[in-house]
Design a protein around this ligand. Structure first.
Ligand code: 3PY
Ligand code: MG
Length: 252
């Protein structure tokens, strides 16, 4: 479903990163009405079991749960897709050959090599309407395999990455891009590299997203054609609110 949602017209989907395993936090974020979340196993200490619980809770709250996997490994992404994740974000996809080899693992044969796990949650524990064929169809057509573009090399090979089989969407990571380019985050060269990557994806007809800070950036990236945008994360919202609350109390 998320793949179709990304391809359908409309204002950008708004999501946030999830780094905390607490289901209370998931209910708070879910109640706020986000369209999707990215459960972050690359930069947060979430266990496979944590991710599973979060995927279940967010699904029940009608917030599409995507999972950012830790690297390019099969075992990692496969388990989250079998848990019913709406998609996976693959960090640091550097070039077209790597994009094809990585995404192939998450496509069923003949397009790829993903294994049959019909007895898992994505197959409704073996009782999905439509049976194994429907489990395979949703795995191919509904979940989104998202390549993260966050290195100078990736921006240089952006057209190849976007054309690689199994790349359903692209997500531009300005943070790592700035490190890879050796320039400060938020500086003009990073901004331009993000813009160029977005433009390439729009030209190729591949749904694209990025991280935005503030309303002005959000409006700009939406106008450039981003289909999904990430604002902040659960830890940042909590720490920001804690600091603001204390500052207000000290000023009173
Ligand atoms: C990056 O900017 O490097 C990301 O991974 C997304 O925030
Ligand atoms: Mg990154």
């Amino acid at each position: 479903m998320f793949q179709q949602l990304l391809k359908s017209p409309g204002p950008p989907l708004i999501g946030t990163f999830v780094k905390l395993p607490a289901l209370e936090v998931a209910e708070i974020i879910g109640a706020a009405g986000f369209d999707f979340v990215v459960i972050d196993t690359e930069h947060a200490l979430l266990s496979v079991r944590d991710v599973y619980s979060l995927v279940v809770v967010y699904s029940r709250l009608n917030v599409a749960p995507l999972v950012r996997i830790t690297d390019h490994g099969y075992g990692d992404g496969q388990r989250y897709l079998d848990a019913g994740a709406a998609g996976i974000l693959v960090p640091h996809v550097s070039n077209a050959a790597q994009a094809e080899a990585t995404m192939k693992q998450f496509l069923f044969p003949p397009a790829g090599t993903r294994g049959m796990g019909y007895a898992a949650r994505a197959g409704l524990w073996g009782s999905l309407d439509g049976g194994p064929a429907e489990y395979v169809r949703t795995g191919q057509e509904d979940v989104a395999r998202v390549a993260m573009i966050e290195e100078r090399e990736a921006v240089e090979d952006i057209d190849g990455i976007l054309a690689a089989p199994g790349v359903d969407a692209a997500f531009i990571g300005p943070g790592d891009l700035s490190l890879s380019m050796g320039v400060p985050g938020g500086s003009p060269p990073v901004h331009e590299a993000v813009t160029r990557s977005i433009e390439a994806a729009v030209r190729a007809g591949v749904p694209v997203g990025t991280v935005v800070q503030g309303e002005e950036q959000l409006r700009l990236r939406a106008a450039q054609g981003c289909r999904f945008l990430l604002v902040g994360n659960d830890t940042g919202m909590l720490s920001g609110a804690a600091r603001r609350t204390l500052a207000q109390a000290r000023e009173a």
